[in-house]
Design a protein around this ligand. Structure first.
Ligand code: NAD
Length: 438
């Protein structure tokens, strides 16, 4: 099929690369020159494991192209996928639809023949209807259907998730639109659960899923707080809970609170949609507020670990919102470190992939190190904020020699407490017992 994808971000680019790998002819469109120019030149614009190789392969084969020109991408497409951002509105926190509306309006003039418009962006219920109206008004002769095709990929596993989705949800109101999506994912036939539902159900499934996952994270974080006070171990508790198939063992990892470009914005958008529909979303509101509070609690936990030191120096490991990505949007690191930066605490940070994005957020308010050991030089406490695998293999003896005080606050439980203590560190993790400062 000929596919146009509008938006080449964390969803659009892996989707474009994946669809080209399945054999489709894909044109990726973005209005940011800073994205399209490097992509055209063969330079990848974001980090995802395994993406670059497939990007190069499909670009060289000619099946994957890039343009800033909407007409060029859309006019010959059988299917147009919208993958632009739906960020939170600064005041109401509802999903801001300006990029979706702009994309729908821009593409309308270039539709030729029957075309399916599929939204992969996470959009409020009823958006499919709005897109239909916008396009019909701008181009009354256009022959098209609008489908909701929500994206469930996890950043850090985008390539894996593209080729091995748990399910593909299709919100289509016509038979010919359903056929087009079946054709798009033909290679997955018989291997992947494809759910055909009403368009409004599909739009709701995405928010309902993300909000549920956010609740699960918030729940295990509350349990971790309880374990710390009650002398229980959160991992033993999570293991015991997860062994129950009704609960499942995924998403029971305690941490500094959820972040990223999806959970914070999607829980807020879901709560807003609830209010608009006269439905109280107590659980979701509770997770939103509890998760915000958690970041403040984590900042306090870090400062408590150095309360005996006049001008503490922090070595921070990890700035991305999770391991496996360079994405810092709504990273817990931001909310946790910002009050410390305001208090003029000296911070030297290192992240294996997210340094460029972090610099756009923190600028020169913090210092940046080339690796974990440079960050640790002269530090009073080592703070782990992102669960990169390499932080599980730190040379603690070496770190200890570089630091002023041997203290670790590990908000991802990356280091084994017994290893830290063996190397002479005082160690504080999440949901496990705390040891005294040294
Ligand atoms: P992103 O900000 O990384 O990318 C969006 C891209 O769209 C940007 O490059 C922007 O320049 C481009 N764009 C905006 N308006 C445009 C227009 N009119 N024409 C051409 N290009 C335009 O966003 P993202 O993280 O890829 O998320 C996109 C959508 O997918 C959001 O709705 C998000 O909620 C949803 N989603 C994201 C993830 C994720 O893990 N990031 C997962 C599932 C769903």
């Amino acid at each position: 099929m000929k596919v146009a994808i509008i938006g080449t971000g964390y969803v659009g680019l892996p989707t474009g690369v994946g669809l080209a790998e399945l054999g489709h002819n894909v044109v990726c469109i973005d209005r940011e020159e800073s994205k399209i120019t490097p992509l055209k030149e063969g330079k990848i614009t974001l980090f995802e494991e395994g993406l670059e190789e497939l990007f190069q392969k499909n670009r060289q084969s000619g099946r994957l192209q890039f343009t800033m020109n909407m007409k060029e991408g859309v006019e010959s497409a059988d299917l147009v996928i919208i993958a632009v951002g739906t960020p939170p509105h600064p005041v109401t926190k509802e999903a801001d639809m300006k990029y979706i509306h702009a994309a729908a309006t821009e593409l309308a003039d270039y539709l030729t023949g029957y075309t399916v418009i599929a939204t992969k962006s996470t959009v409020p219920v009823g958006t499919g209807d709005d897109i239909e109206t916008l396009i019909s008004k701008k181009n009354p002769k256009a022959d098209f259907d609008v489908v909701s095709l929500p994206e469930f990929l996890r950043e850090g596993f985008a390539v894996h998730d593209f080729f091995h989705p748990d399910r593909i949800v299709v919100g289509a109101n016509t038979e010919r639109a359903k056929e087009a999506i079946k054709e798009l994912y033909k290679p997955f036939r018989g291997k992947t659960n494809m759910l055909f539902v009403k368009r409004r159900s599909s739009e709701t499934i995405k928010y309902a899923s993300n909000a549920f996952l956010a609740l699960k994270i918030h729940y295990i974080n509350e349990m971790a707080n309880f374990c710390e006070k009650a002398g229980a171990d959160i991992y033993e508790v999570a293991k015991g809970m997860g062994a129950d198939s009704r609960i499942g063992d995924k998403f029971l990892n305690p941490g500094p609170g959820y972040g990223g470009s999806c959970f914070p914005k999607d829980t807020n958008a879901m709560a807003f949609m609830g209010r608009m529909n006269g439905v109280t979303m107590n659980l979701i509101e509770c997770a939103i507020n509890g998760n915000d509070q958690r970041k403040k609690d984590m900042a306090k936990r870090i400062m408590d670990a150095v309360k005996d030191i006049k001008k503490p120096r922090l070595a921070v490991l990890g700035l991305a919102f999770k391991g496996g990505t360079d994405d810092c949007r709504e990273s817990p690191a931001i909310q946790i470190l910002e009050p410390l930066v305001e208090d003029k605490v000296q911070i030297t940070a290192f992240d294996p992939k997210a340094m460029d994005n972090a610099k756009k957020i923190f600028g020169n308010k913090i210092a940046y190190a080339k690796d974990e050991y440079e960050a640790a030089k002269g530090a009073d406490v080592l703070v782990i904020l992102t669960e990169w695998n390499r932080f599980k293999k730190l040379d603690l003896e070496k770190l200890g020699k570089l630091m002023q005080h041997k203290r670790i606050v590990d908000l991802r439980n990356a280091v084994r407490p017994e290893d830290a203590e063996k190397a002479g560190f005082s160690y504080e993790g999440i949901g496990v017992c705390r040891s005294e400062s040294k």
